[in-house]
Design a protein around this ligand. Structure first.
Ligand SMILES: Cc1cc2nc3c(=O)[nH]c(=O)nc-3n(C[C@H](O)[C@H](O)[C@H](O)COP(=O)(O)OP(=O)(O)OC[C@H]3O[C@@H](n4cnc5c(N)ncnc54)[C@H](O)[C@@H]3O)c2cc1C
Length: 404
């Protein structure tokens, strides 16, 4: 065994022991449990708090922020350490919910575009879960066409004064800070007059109104900004050049959502077995299909995360995994309903609510982080080199673009 192999083996043993001593195994979780199906406000808040505690615990033990440089509060480790943790933790409840998501989105942008002071101030508290962040990008008139956003920020001395509305902001009701996109130059073309702010949510002029979805969950909120302020020291990158860091956030968001393989296929197999249907040939084929697609998704998202961790470009376009995970969720939801029959839409079986939850999950997964149609456009234009979509706003200052 070489010195490197020896170090890796030691790290693996240490990781195994820590997980065994500190984290709940997934197999002890109730089968067919739901997270987003008609939860109470209290359940959601408790879940968010539990995710924060878990993030802090992982950070303290060196398993979060592992490869982040030590001078910014990370553990200064190497990519192979994260790989070992990922391999060893598959059977454990280590997912930190929206903390995982926002770190995956915001950290690469902070590392790439942050000033020394911004990195010192924000990276440690982000990766340790000490400070909760949210993403304030979408607006009622700017989702797919994000660069058309209109929340206005005007300079008053050294501070921006902000007016506008954001929407669909996940976990904004719990957030202390937000990554906020604002229009700072309406005379420039739409991609060129946007600034990216590291924004304090706890101030006058910020109103967060939770939104309740059709299945009862309150995953996100709308945020009204009325005279809220942000010092120019908190601009990430340059003023009017916020589209660069925003793109870093969005491409990491696609890869992060694509990595959400979940464990629906094993639960579907368990369900078919419990109903005595595991010998039905057509059903077996469908189960094999969702199971294999889930494995493929994990392999693809591993390839992307290994590349990103090593500071390389993703080996293939992240829109592929974003579209693949959405297709998986549709197949899984349909199959759950097929296996349960009528019990899939009434609460007469222990798996009914779980089946309804995955049936509905096709919508958020096909919209959040960019819709399926937009990701198909991305693939066509950026990966296949097809002609670009017709753009009627090209070369026009943002203020002159007709708005709905
Ligand atoms: C679960 C979830 C979590 C989210 N979290 C956040 C968050 O934390 N922060 C945040 O800022 N936003 C968040 N969003 C918002 C999300 O980014 C937007 O919903 C998404 O970008 C789509 O924008 P839209 O809803 O305005 O739809 P629209 O852009 O209005 O799209 C409407 C329809 O038109 C289609 N369409 C639009 N443009 C084109 C085109 N050029 N070609 C073909 N079809 C097109 C779309 O595919 C869609 O079917 C979240 C959304 C969801 C579902």
């Amino acid at each position: 065994m070489t010195r490197d192999q020896n170090m890796e083996e030691q790290y693996r043993l240490k990781t195994q022991q820590w997980l065994k001593d500190n984290i709940d195994p997934l197999k002890e979780r109730q089968p067919f449990s739901t997270l987003h199906w008609m939860p109470s406000k209290e359940t959601e808040k408790n879940h968010h708090n539990a995710c924060q505690q878990l993030q802090m615990k992982l950070y303290e033990a060196g398993f979060a922020g592992t490869t982040v440089p030590a001078e910014y509060g990370g553990h200064g480790g190497e990519a192979w350490m994260q790989k070992i943790f990922r391999e060893e933790s598959t059977g454990y409840q280590v997912h930190t919910g929206f903390y995982h998501s926002i770190i995956a989105m915001a950290l690469p942008a902070l590392l790439k575009y942050g000033t020394e002071d911004q990195k010192q101030e924000h990276i440690k508290t982000l990766i340790s879960g000490e400070v909760s962040w949210c993403q304030l990008f979408s607006e009622p008139g700017a989702g797919s066409d994000l660069a058309g956003l209109g929340a206005k920020a005007e300079l008053d001395g050294d501070e921006f004064v902000i007016h506008g509305q954001k929407v669909w902001n996940s976990a904004a009701m719990y957030a202390d800070m937000g990554i906020l996109l604002v229009r700072t130059n309406p005379n420039a073309h739409k991609h060129e007059g946007i600034s990216f702010l590291l924004f304090d949510m706890n101030q006058p002029g910020v109103e967060v109104r939770p939104l309740i979805q059709a299945h009862g969950a309150g995953h996100f909120a709308e945020v009204f900004l009325d005279g809220a302020r942000c010092h120019i020291e908190n601009v990430l990158g340059e003023i009017d050049k916020g589209w660069g860091p925003a793109r870093v956030v969005m491409s990491n968001e696609s890869a992060m959502i694509g990595g959400a393989a979940g464990d629906n296929p094993s639960q579907l197999i368990q369900l078919a077995q419990s109903l005595g249907r595991r010998h039905e040939p057509v059903l077996r084929q469908k189960l094999a299909n969702v199971y294999s697609r889930n494995k493929l998704l994990k392999l693809m998202s591993d390839r992307i995360s290994v590349a990103v961790r090593n500071g390389k470009m993703p080996p293939f376009h992240p829109s592929i995994v974003k579209l693949f995970v959405a297709q998986n969720r549709r197949l899984e939801g349909d199959l759950a309903q097929e296996i349960l029959g009528a019990a899939g839409v009434v609460t007469s079986h222990t798996a009914s609510e779980w089946a309804m939850e995955i049936l509905h999950s096709r919508y958020p997964i096909s919209i959040g982080g960019g819709t399926d149609e937009v990701h198909h456009n991305n693939l066509g234009e950026q990966a296949l080199g097809l002609p670009r979509d017709i753009r009627v706003d090209r070369g026009i200052p943002w203020k002159d673009i007709p708005k709905g």
